[in-house]
Each structure stands twice: as structure tokens, then as C-alpha cells.
Design a protein around this ligand. Sequence first.
Ligand code: ZN
Length: 340
Amino acid sequence: MSQQLVAGVDLGGTAVNYTLLTPGEQFLIDGLCEHPARSKEGPAICMQQIADGLAIALERAGASLADIAVVGLDTPGPASAQGVLSTRGATNFVHADWAGYDLRAGLAAMLGKPVTYLNDGNAAALWGHFNIFGADPVPTSVSAIIGTGLGGGVIVKGEDIKGRAGFGGELGHVLLPYQSIPALAGVHPRCNCGRIGDLESICSLTAITNTLLPHFLGKYPTHDLARLDIATAAKKVRGLAESGDEMCRAIFQVQAHALGLFFDIMINTFDPDALIVGGGAIETGPDFLQWFVSEIRAGMPNQRDEQASIPIHIMPHGDTAGARGAAIEALHHARHAGLL
Ligand SMILES: [Zn+2]
């Protein structure tokens, strides 16, 4: 084998996740293939960790680094569209040497391979789109990934909208007319970015911790979660909602209605072929997912029939979505550059 694969490398807070993709668009690694990231120890050690883990992943697939044409990297931001981290630092990259670090060039130098870069939300959005539409270049999709924060992306003609400075598809910070959600009366949901009432301020684990759970515990003061510290309690909301707990269902209903308002904005902006929801918040059973999607619909304002028929999909393989999307970006680049 020679130059017949691309790799996807998802650098998260504590682990690196890998996948390998053939020119025929087959993924060679099923499930998680992880290696410790050691990102707290700075870029020199972390880049070596990425290379070491990639060698292990390649060996598992019976391949070697010589078989790789392009490596796709994705990480949490904030970074530029070219993968240069903010000089003001980033939550997942706290070591001083990360400030202003060029992730793409750093990994390219370490591996001796061309490297493409996406932020993690954009990468997951690319995977969600690819999973539905394959390599068909026509459709448009909008993905929202609900995790600690809210990431996502907009895919037009098979490509992520990255924008001028890399902030394209920062869907979590789009402001919503949240006052139209009755259960939020009197609430001023504040996002870490400083905005009041953007999507992430209502639809994320951080939103449950900072805003929704404190608000709803005021209405349900004898609830079991009132006896736990708020961060611990917030992580239990999803499981309780799935098992039918009234307060936790109400919290997820608010999140679904906020997503409905957000998708309505996207529908009127892009008229997309698909809306896609992913992330840890919806790693649940099919009954809860069906309810959640129906509540997203219920949260949308009146729409034309052709708008209301736009499908809402669930993103599969959520824990490997970043690596898969990064690999798809690498495959695009390899094709455009004639490397495959
Ligand atoms: Zn925000």
C-alpha cells in the first residue's frame, strides 16, 4: 500500500481519537481508537503523543505512515481557520507554549505530511452531513452538537463554512428570541461569551449547570437534585429526563424549544436539506430521542409546509464524529491537491 489513506485526528481535552479513511470512503477503524493527549504538558509533548498514537492506530489497521496522503486534525477552539490557536489562550490548551501555536503546521512538521484543520464542531458537522449525503456535493445541512458547550457547523456544497477568521459555524453564540419560551419567564441566561440568550446559554450542559437547573429547582425545591452540588446534579439531568422525571423533562423541553427557535433562523437563512442534532446530551435511547426531536419541532414558530418538512436527523457515532469529520476534510484536500 502506498499513499492510499487519509487519517482523522481528533485532539480533545484529555485524549486523541483516530480514524482512517480510504479513497472509497470506507472507515477502517470502528469505534474509539484513543491515545492520551497530555495537552497540559504543552505542544512539544502533545504533538509527539499524536504521532505515537497514530502509529498505533495504523498498526491496528495493518498500515503504516507511508500509506497516509493527508492528515485531518480537529481540536476545540478558539483557533483561526488555518489552525492557529488564540494568543489569549484556550480552555483546552492552558500551557503557556500553546498561546498563538500553529496546530496545523506543528503537526505537519512532526509527521512530514500535509495536515488540514477544522474546529471540533465543524468537523462533527462534516461527519453528520457526510453520513446522510455521502459525497453528493449539492445538499446543505446545519448541525448543532450539544455538549459542555454548543458547537456545530453549516455545510454548503460539501464544505464547512469556516468564515474569514475561523468563526463560521459558531452556532452556539447566535442570539435567540428566548423570551418567547414561557418556561424562561424572568430568566436571563448568560453565556460564557457574555451574551444573554444565545443558543449555548440555554442548550448545553453549562446552561443546565449555570441557569436551567437553578431556575427549575426554585420551582421544585424538594427535588432530589436539590441535595447535590449543582455541577454533580447537572450531569444527572439527562438520565433523569430519559427515565421520565417531570422537572428534568421540563429542562430538556426548554432546550428542545430553544433548538427549534435556532433551527427556524437557520431554515430562513439557508433553506437546508437537513438539520442534524448530535452530542452527549442526546446519547440516549430511541424513545427519548423521538420525544426530543418532536419537541424541537414544537418549538419552531409557524413555517411554510416546505420548511416544516425539512428532516431533523440524529448524528450517529457521536464520540468519533470529530475524527471522522477531520478525515473527510483530509480526503477533500487530498482529492483537490491530486494526492490520491
Ligand atoms: Zn455565547
